[in-house]
Design a protein around this ligand. Structure first.
Ligand SMILES: Cc1ncc(COP(=O)(O)O)c(C=O)c1O
Length: 425
């Protein structure tokens, strides 16, 4: 059945069968949107308690007696009990945490903007007007690439391996003083699901960089989002501290995919040097974040264990969808020698590698059949996947039956494109 082993006659026969199946799907007028990784309604329902977790006047006060209904300079970095909860659940030092508004991506954007405008401690002033490069492990998150690109930062692609970024390449590239940083999703990465190995974390922490103001944007968006089993990630601050590089890390995360995307709570974490750099700009930008939403979150979760329990309920819902993707690929792609989709244990995505030159055409054929995927190329800087092979699969939103249908369509389209490629048509 492996297409590479088929004769031309066999391939032509296969092409006929697949074309007929393609037309059958066309007649079904499907309309399935799988472009972005968002929770399904069942997952959102898990957090409904948040809408009435702060009801009375008394509920509006923090444990240190501060009224969250008004500005409070002493809570600029966040409601203390929520900082403590995040510190425990995300395993970061409590005093490193600065809680913000609803969006970690917004915090990343603002942080990069500050680097451009003001520069960083130990650096040579504002980055604006200089040739700045950032390392971008890919397949990666398109919105990260877009932020950096918006500020005129050159995106340098580094291949993602099953253990994290290709560290031989990273260690070589950071010898260039124009390389000022690396942006990554270290756990259940978007889209590969990769968790950086201990060796990768140590090498990132240890490496000497030519740029004295080199920073890692450590977007731990999926820190607690296991689907099958948790996979430990080394404590980046602790490891960096071992090598005297703790100021290298700017950590970000949020509850967007814990409670409500767009109405969660985001935070960043950093060592005192970076905090002293960040605070004046932050305090100029805002009188303070939305503390009422912080209170709603901490009153809803109450304890670290309850928050973990909440994530296990998410995992149970996600598992059926992840299983459906794996099963469909296993029967719809694997026997034909097509595709590699890794083995994500958590996160929100699958990263599907098709044979070279097949991703864009597969994406387009899926669209023709009403299945809307994340555009091909999106997982690479500038939307340019050099081998045109990667597709991001976002299985969380559709109902399981719809998801199966969409994945079957994808398998038919990928096979059709590959058979045509082998026949050079
Ligand atoms: C890696 C990563 N970071 C950040 C975000 C956005 O998070 P937020 O809603 O906190 O801005 C997403 C959302 O998909 C994501 O996948």
């Amino acid at each position: 059945m492996n297409y590479e082993k088929m004769t031309e006659t066999e391939l032509r026969h296969e092409l006929e069968l697949l074309s007929a199946q393609f037309e059958q799907y066309r007649s079904q007028n499907l309309k399935l949107n799988m472009a972005r990784g968002v929770p399904c309604p069942e997952q959102l329902d898990l957090s409904m308690g948040i809408t009435h977790s702060v009801e009375t006047r008394e509920d509006c006060f923090t444990e240190n007696g501060t009224d969250c209904r008004t500005y409070a300079a002493n809570l600029f970095a966040g409601v203390p009990e929520l900082r403590r909860l995040f510190a425990e659940v995300f395993d970061v030092p409590e005093d490193y945490i600065i809680i913000g508004g609803n969006s970690s991506l917004n915090m990343i954007y603002d942080t990069v903007a500050r680097m451009m405008l003001f520069g960083l401690p130990g650096g040579d002033g504002p980055w604006f007007g200089k040739h700045i490069k950032f390392l971008c492990p890919a397949p990666g998150y398109d919105r990260h690439f877009k932020i950096l690109d918006t500020f005129g930062i050159e995106l340098v692609t580094v291949e993602m391996t099953p253990d994290g970024p290709d560290m031989d390449a990273v260690e070589e590239l950071v010898k260039d003083p124009d390389v000022r940083g690396l942006i990554c999703v270290p756990k259940f990465s978007n889209p590969t699901g990769v968790v950086f190995s201990s060796e990768v974390v140590h090498r990132l922490a240890k490496m000497e960089t030519a740029a004295p103001d080199f920073r890692i944007i450590w977007d731990n968006a999926y820190a607690i989002h296991y689907v099958y089993e948790d996979v430990p990630l080394d404590d980046i601050f602790a490891v960096c501290r071992e090598y005297g590089h703790e100021d290298r890390v700017l950590y970000f995360s949020s509850t967007s995919k814990v409670t409500f995307p767009g109405a969660g709570v985001a935070f960043m974490a950093m060592d005192p040097l970076n905090r002293d750099w960040m605070m004046p700009a932050l305090q100029t930008q805002t009188i303070g974040p939305d503390k009422m939403n912080q209170l709603r979150h901490v009153r809803f979760f109450k304890t670290p264990d309850a928050m973990r329990e909440h994530m296990s309920r998410h995992a149970a819902i996600m598992r059926a969808r992840f299983d459906a993707v794996k099963e469909t690929f296993q029967t719809g792609l694997a026997p034909y020698g097509i595709g590699d989709w890794g083995d994500p244990k958590g996160g929100y995505f699958f990263s599907l590698n098709l044979p070279d030159g097949c991703a864009q055409k597969t994406y387009e054929l899926c669209r023709e059949l009403g299945v809307n995927l994340t555009p091909s190329g999106a997982t690479y800087p500038h939307g340019n996947d050099p081998r045109d092979r990667n597709l991001r699969i976002a299985p969380t939103f559709p109902a399981v039956e719809e998801l199966k249908a969409a994945m079957e369509v994808l398998c038919i389209c990928a096979r059709l494109v590959y058979v045509k490629k082998l026949l050079s048509e």
